[in-house]
Design a protein around this ligand. Structure first.
Ligand code: PMP
Length: 455
């Protein structure tokens, strides 16, 4: 009460332009103690802030950030409208804190099918504000001061700061490219872990490994052998697996997404993370989930109940209806989970052709929204900046958006500080876009090629 009165008095005095009021307020505003919590030290920079702004200012075609510019499926948006305007006014109120009952129930049914095990919707599933909050809950709930967490590079960039905020130490291990000898285009499958190098990262300090398959940014879908290698090390060293599977349905060329939790000894130590944003092309809805054993999820619930507590009820209701539809159509041609990857594969192939045509060597992704391309042949296009230690891929991406109007993200942004300088010849494009957007990107690339050949 007193504080309120103080604030409004200050406001009043400022409005009156009173000198006395100003000095009183500015004395209040001055603080000499550090305001930033120590856990934020060194994690304040974020690549997206800079590149999203550049894309908004200069791009004609934005293939940078990972979201579709095509509509979410009608069955989903209709479910949302029904939930919003239908007769059940209780959908405008809080729902169950750990997940709206219809959503956790259908997710449990779905994952029972996928994992071949019985699941309790109330203890083996939790709904979060997108996969982002699911990740945050995992690190806060499972990682202690001094714990090491293995992260496979390149990685979705928030893993590193989230591990640090929990007091943990990230330990990085890169996927190493092995270009095919026959001159063919590289595939994301050609980026592999070195088994000895991976094994050397595990120790008694290792608490968890983060696995992201299908992987953002490369589009790599880890094979059964690769997952077996990781699972074997997790079991041997009693390590947890935080398995980010947000692109689980976006797998191409008949490849299969294998869930590491289904491998021997892994269910008890794995948290599976998913996202309705990627699953139903509705990234703005921010509905995510975790699936896993109660012995892990109960700690995630503690973080959730002491931070976010509830997720938007109507969005959860609509996603539940989306899953109910998909459960009925499971494996059938009408299923969205069958149709969406087919459409995205075609879009991937268009972009592969466009990029290959101008000499930006694409690495063909086996899954996800993303495609990484080799830009090493474009060094002469981009002016050198004297005395700058900015990596080439950052300079290239900035130059490209400013001069060609095409936005993409530098790959080194997905590496740790220690390794980023070894991966500066690549940029990441998002192909989850309308045909017209990809055509406009192709036009830019074709024009660029003509300019290059005529100069
Ligand atoms: N994990 C990965 C690998 C992602 O690419 C993303 C989104 N780009 C997320 C998690 C976050 O997903 P959401 O939008 O559901 O929070």
């Amino acid at each position: 009460m007193l504080r309120r009165a103080g604030q409004s008095l200050c406001h009043f005095l400022l409005e009156k332009n009173s000198g006395a009021g100003r000095s009183w307020c500015s004395r209040e505003a001055k603080m000499s103690r550090p305001v930033q919590a120590r856990r934020l030290e060194g994690i304040d920079k974020n690549i997206w802030v800079e590149f999203v702004k550049l894309a908004a200012t200069y791009s004609k075609v934005n293939l940078g950030q990972g979201f579709p510019d095509f509509p979410a499926p009608e069955f989903l948006t209709e479910a949302f409208s029904r939930a919003l305007g239908g007769g059940n006014h209780m959908l405008h109120q809080y729902t169950r804190a750990f997940g709206h009952p219809p959503l956790v129930k259908v997710l449990a049914q779905f994952f029972e099918k996928l994992l071949g095990r019985d699941l309790d919707p109330m203890t083996n599933v939790m709904v979060t504000v997108g996969a982002y909050q699911a990740l945050f809950c995992c690190f806060q709930a499972l990682v202690d001061e001094g714990d090491e967490v293995i992260i496979i590079e390149p990685f979705f960039d928030c893993y590193e700061p989230m591990v640090k905020m929990a007091g943990g130490t990230p330990v990085f291990v890169p996927l190493r490219p092995n270009p095919p000898k026959d001159g063919k285009l590289m595939s994301s499958a050609d980026w592999q872990l070195d088994p000895a190098e991976l094994a050397s990262k595990f120790s008694e300090r290792t608490k968890a490994i983060v696995l992201n398959s299908p992987n953002n940014p490369l589009g790599k879908v880890f094979s059964r052998e690769e997952l077996g290698l990781i699972a074997g090390l997790c079991v041997k060293h009693d390590v947890l697996c935080i398995s980010d599977e947000v692109y689980e349905w976006l797998v191409y060329d008949g490849k299969q997404h294998i869930r590491i939790a289904s491998l021997q000894g892994m269910w008890e130590r794995t948290v599976i993370i998913g996202s309705a944003g990627k699953t139903f092309s509705a990234t703005g809805w921010k509905v995510g989930w975790v699936v896993g054993p109660d012995r892990l999820l109960k700690h995630l619930r503690t973080v959730h109940q002491n931070s976010v507590y509830h997720c938007a009820t109507i969005a959860q209701e609509a996603v539940a209806q989306g899953f109910q539809r998909e459960l009925m159509l499971y494996g059938k041609p009408e299923s969205y989970f069958v149709q969406l990857p087919k459409e995205l594969q075609q879009k991937r192939d268009w972009l592969v052709r466009s990029l290959d045509g101008v000499g930006m060597k694409p690495i063909i992704p086996e899954g996800t929204y993303f495609l990484v391309a080799d830009i090493s042949q474009f060094k002469s296009d981009v002016p050198d900046v004297p005395n700058s230690d900015e990596p080439y891929d950052h300079r290239f991406a900035k130059w490209m958006v400013k001069n060609k109007g095409l936005a993409a993200i530098p790959l080194s942004a997905f590496y740790s500080e220690a390794h980023k300088n070894s991966y500066t010849n690549f940029i990441r494009f998002c192909f989850a876009k309308e045909e017209a957007t990809l055509k406009a990107a192709n036009d830019i690339l074709q024009k660029w090629k003509q300019e290059k050949t005529s100069s």
